[in-house]
Structures are given as structure tokens and as C-alpha cells.
Design a protein around this ligand. Sequence first.
Ligand SMILES: [Mg+2]
Length: 332
Amino acid sequence: MNRLNISFGPESFSLRDSFTISRGAKKSAELITLRISDNIYSGFGECTPNIRYGQTIDGELDKLEVMMQAFEASNCDINRETINKLFEPSPARSAFDIALWDLELKKNKKSIWSYHNIKKPDVLPTMITLDASNIEKNLSIARTFSNSKIFKIKFKGDETDIDRLLKIREHYPKKRLLVDANESISPSKIGKYIESCERLNIEVLEQPMKTEHDHLLGAIKTKTILCADESCSSLEDIKKIEKYYDAVNIKLDKAGGLTEALMMQEVAIRKGIKTMSGCMLCTSLGIAASQIVAAKAEYIDHDAPLFLEQDRKIKINYSCGNLNIASSMLWG
Ligand SMILES: [Mg+2]
């Protein structure tokens, strides 16, 4: 077994304001930071467990302990190939995988861009999320980030959704708008919501209903792009959603790391499924590791660090609807 020093622990990053979606409100980003060192170079990763998938900070810390013990008990080298072969996708595996990428790139003195032979973009655009709290807050955030090309409006499945959407459309008649329902629309109301999305020129409707209702989308004909998020976590889920969705939101925490996220994106593109590069509530470190996915995605939702009171010391800068490319001091 190769000798690597691995340490990890929970960290909490307060949000500037609470962030509300259909499943409730959050006041902080609770995540795990992981460091892997070969005593010359260090690689960093982070992950954000999501209770929607039954994940907690303690549960993911336990998974990391189990991973460490499994490596100690075997002669397996710790590398991206072994962690992705031995362990199921999880936020814990994602933090591990991202840190291993970082270490590997630093050791080889390569950027993620040169590794993949992709020209490093100058900047990447990001959509800005307007949460499901209230219209006043939505319009205030929209004003602050009016340079952003796309707004993502969170729905909660009640009567306020369409009212908010109408008002936002009135204020921004030409803006590209995307709706993320986070599974909040009931099957009896899906027709009405789709009709409103078409009327208000909503480009994408993300995860309208609960995963178990996906098959109902098969009967819906709409020009609005339907994007899977909660219904598609990892590579093997793509075959479950390809009949019902036009697009998929790829997140490293769901995929269990960058290695699987890149495979998901490759398969999705081959099948003609559009891709979104998304994130959980995370810091610039989580975003940095997702930027290579974003560079090949139709949609980029990388605004999470904007909601933090304080980001990492080395961070990604945002301006005019764009974010800069992470320096290798942060990741990669
Ligand atoms: Mg979503």
C-alpha cells in the first residue's frame, strides 16, 4: 500500500442569509474537508452530505473511516481507480476522489485543463439561484446579480410559485429563466405547471416531481427542457432517466467524485442528453473541482460560494455573471 497521510473533519460555513428550497431552509453549509498528503504535495477535497439522500456529516465521516480501515487491512494502493472500484458513490467518496485528483495533478505539475487537453477558459458563466423564500428577496438577489445570463428559480410546490415566477418575468422579460422544483410538484398539478412554464418562456424545468413519478413525464410533450437532478445521482441512473428527461444535473457529491461525474457527462452527451454542472451548498473548493465538468456543460450552476458569509482563504472570484478559473493554489 502506498503511504499517504489522510486527514478529514467537518467544517461549517455560515450563509449570508438563509437559503430556502422545497425541503426547508438552511443557515449554513455543513461540509467535510479532506486532505491527502504524500509528504511533499497535498491534495484537498470537500463534500456536502444531503439529508435528501439520507446523508449526514456523521454518516459520511463514518464512511471515510471505513474506507481508511479497508485500505489499511488490504495491500491496495490508495488511488482514484481503487476508491471508485471499492466504494459506492457518496459524498465521502467524492471528497476522497477530488483530493486524489488534486494530489495527482500537483505531483505531475499539470492543471486539470492540460490533463484533459482542454483549453482553459478565461471565465465560466454561472446562473444565479433565487430561492423559494419570497418575491422581495428574489428581486433583491436578481438586482444584485442582474449581469447573470440565467436565473434559477426555486419552487416549493405551493400557490406562491407561479406568482413569483410571473413577477420575476415581468421584471426581466428577456432573461433566460430556469425553474428548479426540487420534487415539489404533485402529479395532479404537473400539467398546470408545465403550461405556466411554456407561457412564461421558461427554458428548463428541473426535477418537477418526486423520482417515483418520473414515468409520468413520458406522456408530456413540452418545449421546456426537463432536467433530472434528484432522479439521477450517478452513472447507473442515466439509463433510468434517459426516456423521461432531456437534461441531467451532474454534481460531484451525487456522483461520488469527479472521476464518475466525468464518465456521467461523457455518457449523457453520447446519448444526446444535455448536461448541467451543479453543486450543493459548498465553498470555492467544491466549485474548483467541478469546473472541468462545467466547461463541457450547457448549463452551469456554480453560485453556491456567493451565498457564504466567508469562503475559503483562497477562493474563486465572481463578477458580472462569471466566475474565474480556480488557481492551482486552491485546487488542481
Ligand atoms: Mg436541483
